[in-house]
Each structure stands twice: as structure tokens, then as C-alpha cells.
Design a protein around this ligand. Structure first.
Ligand code: TTP
Ligand code: MG
Length: 355
């Protein structure tokens, strides 16, 4: 490993609720929860006004209402949260390719080799928070540290709308006072066991030593020992880049002829466009392809290089389809279409071996 790493962890504040407040000004000054409001509804998240009443994620809606009688509840709108998430992740990826999303609203960045912002991870985190606030219209909290586990703790430290930095020189002092509950993987059960051993902080854990911890907790014990010393070698792992995106549909009743297929392709093209927006981003397209399965289960595909299309339309696929099926009308069981991306930039992966 080459020297000290610089990791940023970014986590949007009360994410679903923040999106709702952004898009509807009447929700900005009220205690707000997002979730199912019915008899068995559950709170997905809530804004910080509602948290002041004790409302929390995963709480039954009925309990949330009891704690906070003025609570406003709205149903979740996942497509909108996904699109806001893409916007946020796009801003992060502008800074570096080494972005590892953990969910819609949080990600790790390895900025060790970024030279912009004078190479300062603190300045980078400030810049990201500012840009997301201005361009997306929501607030995010960020943590900066020499590794993932500390960066994640740091982003939580000053939430909401906060930034907290743990410099390499601060790590020893920081972890010594850190409650074991804050450690990754330490839930109620492990915490209770540790307390039973007289261990409240990482400092306490340091004095116990790795043998005792491994004996008591198995493999997790060693990780606890490492974290108690502020160590975590896990790399930021960038997801493998999609090589293709496609949609296909199997019909409960075979499509009788070519014109029926062409009608269905209108829907498939629309679905492909949505999926491309989600998965493909703005990657350049290399090929288009069409797949067909006849009622006798024989399957055929045809692909053609088409580099000029940005978002493929029905007219881009019809020639391929017609070439593939020829003149005969045979009943069709499955129809699919898709794109393959140009593969000239090697995928940025930093795969590593932890756990
Ligand atoms: P979190 O980041 O855990 O929570 P949050 O963004 O709402 O609040 P904050 O980070 O400021 O503490 O989760 C992100 C989103 O995931 C959250 O907005 C809603 C969803 N979620 C659920 O649907 N159910 C849950 O139990 C949790 C914890 C989150
Ligand atoms: Mg969050």
C-alpha cells in the first residue's frame, strides 16, 4: 500500500424527506415523514423536525403519529429519489472515478490521487457539499479520514449538513474515546457482550488485546481489534461498468406476425430508454442488437455497429428486426433489444480482498 489514503464518505441528510421538502415548499417547515401511512405503514425516513419528537426510520406510522401528532406523512416516490441519487453520484464522479455507492444516498470516494483543490480532501469535501446544495438542492454531510470506517463515522459526527475531518494525526486520540457502538458491525448484541467484558470504548478494547477478542468473537474479533486501533484496509471498490443494457419480454401468447412484433417494440424501446438512463449513464454506444425467440424455442440475435446514436429509437431497431426475421411470419415467443457500449476505456476497478 502506498502511503496514507484519503477517503471521503458522503451521506445525504434525511434523504427521501429532503427530496420531498425540496420539491414542495409547503413541506419545508413541518415535521415530515416519508413512508406508508396505512394501518401497517412504516416510516422510511423523516426530517430533523420530526426527529426532535423521537420519530425514526423503521418505526410504525401509528407510533410516529403518537409521538408527533402534527406529523405530515407522504408516500415514497422511488423513481424521483433514484434520479436525485444519480445527480448526486454524478457530481461525486466529476471529482474522481473511484466512487463506491453504498445506497441511493451514500458513497465512499478515494481521493488520494486527486490533485484539484490543492490535493486537500477537506477542501474537496467542502466543494462537494456546496455543489450538491447548489445544483441538487439538498444538503449532504461528509466525513474525511484515512480509511473507510473512520470516514463513515466522521460523516455522521456533525449531521445534518456537517463536515468532520479526522486527520491521520488525530486518529489515535479519536478512536481511544470512541464508543464501541459506533464500530461497523457492532449491533446491540455485540455491544452488550463487550460491555459485559467492561469494554465501553475503543480505548478499553485496545487494552484487551486481539487474542481475547478473537477467542470471544471469532473472525469479527480481529476486525474489532483492528478498528479499535483505527485501522481499516478495505479499498474503495468501484462497481464493474455495465457492458450492455437490454430489455426483453416473453409473451403469454405468442405474437402472430411481424406487425404485432413491431407494435410491441414501441414499448420495448421506451423501456430501454428508461433503463439506459438508469444504468448506462452517458456512455457511448457501440452496437445495437435484437433478439427473438420463436414458438419452437429457436433463438436468434442480430447485432450491428451503430456508434452515432445517443438514445436509440424505434427507427434504429426496425431495420435490424426486419433483417433478422426475413420475410416469413412465424409465431414469436420472446422479443428483446439492447445496446452494447464502446469498451475503449478500461473499467476503473480497484478490487481487493477484504473479508
Ligand atoms: P439513511 O442515510 O440511513 O437516512 P437518511 O438519509 O434519511 O437520514 P440521515 O442520513 O440524515 O440520518 O437512509 C437513506 C434513505 O434510505 C432514507 O432517506 C430512507 C431510506 N431508508 C428506509 O427506507 N428505511 C430505513 O430503515 C432506513 C434507515 C433508510
Ligand atoms: Mg442519509
Amino acid at each position: 500500500m502506498s502511503g496514507q489514503r484519503k477517503i471521503i464518505h458522503v451521506d445525504c441528510d434525511s434523504f427521501y424527506a429532503s427530496v420531498e421538502m425540496r420539491d414542495d415548499s409547503s413541506l419545508r417547515d413541518v415535521p415530515l415523514a416519508v413512508g406508508g401511512d396505512g394501518g401497517r405503514g412504516v416510516v422510511a425516513t423523516c426530517n430533523y423536525k420530526a426527529r426532535a419528537f423521537g420519530v425514526r426510520s423503521a418505526m410504525p406510522a401509528s407510533e410516529a403519529r403518537r409521538l408527533c401528532p402534527g406529523l405530515v406523512m407522504v408516500p415514497p416516490d422511488m423513481p424521483r429519489y433514484r434520479s436525485v441519487s444519480q445527480h448526486v453520484m454524478g457530481i461525486l464522479r466529476d471529482l474522481t472515478d473511484l466512487v463506491e455507492p453504498l445506497s441511493l444516498d451514500e458513497a465512499f470516494l478515494d481521493v488520494s490521487d486527486v490533485t484539484e483543490h490543492r490535493g486537500s480532501a477537506t477542501l474537496m469535501a467542502r466543494y462537494l457539499r456546496e455543489r450538491i446544495r447548489e445544483e441538487v438542492g439538498i444538503t449532504v454531510s461528509a466525513g474525511v479520514a484515512p480509511n473507510k470506517f473512520l470516514a463513515k463515522i466522521a460523516s455522521d459526527w456533525k449531521k445534518p449538513d456537517g463536515l468532520f475531518v479526522i486527520r491521520p494525526d488525530d486518529v489515535a486520540d479519536f478512536v481511544r474515546a470512541l464508543a464501541v457502538e459506533k464500530l461497523f458491525g457492532v449491533g446491540k448484541v455485540t455491544a452488550a457482550k463487550l460491555h459485559g467484558m467492561g469494554i465501553e470504548t475503543c480505548g478499553d478494547m485496545q487494552s484487551v488485546g486481539p487474542e481475547v477478542l478473537t477467542e470471544r468473537f471469532g473472525k469479527q474479533g480481529y476486525r474489532l481489534h483492528e478498528m479499535a486501533h483505527g485501522r481499516d484496509e478495505r479499498q474503495v471498490v468501484v462497481a464493474r461498468v455495465a457492458k450492455s443494457v437490454s430489455v426483453e419480454r416473453t409473451f403469454s401468447q405468442d405474437l402472430p406476425d411481424r406487425s404485432a412484433c413491431e407494435t410491441v417494440m414501441v414499448d420495448l424501446v421506451a423501456e430501454l430508454e428508461r433503463r439506459l438512463a438508469r444504468k448506462g449513464g452517458s456512455k457511448p454506444i457501440h452496437k445495437l442488437f435484437v433478439k427473438i425467440r420463436y414458438s419452437d424455442f429457436s433463438t436468434h440475435t442480430l447485432e450491428r455497429v451503430r456508434e452515432q446514436v445517443a438514445v436509440p429509437q424505434l427507427d434504429d431497431y426496425l431495420p435490424l428486426f426486419r433483417e433478422l426475421v426475413g420475410e416469413t411470419d412465424r409465431p414469436v415467443r420472446l422479443l428483446g433489444l439492447g445496446v452494447r457500449f464502446r469498451n475503449d476505456d478500461a473499467p476503473v476497478t480497484q478490487l481487493r480482498l477484504f473479508d
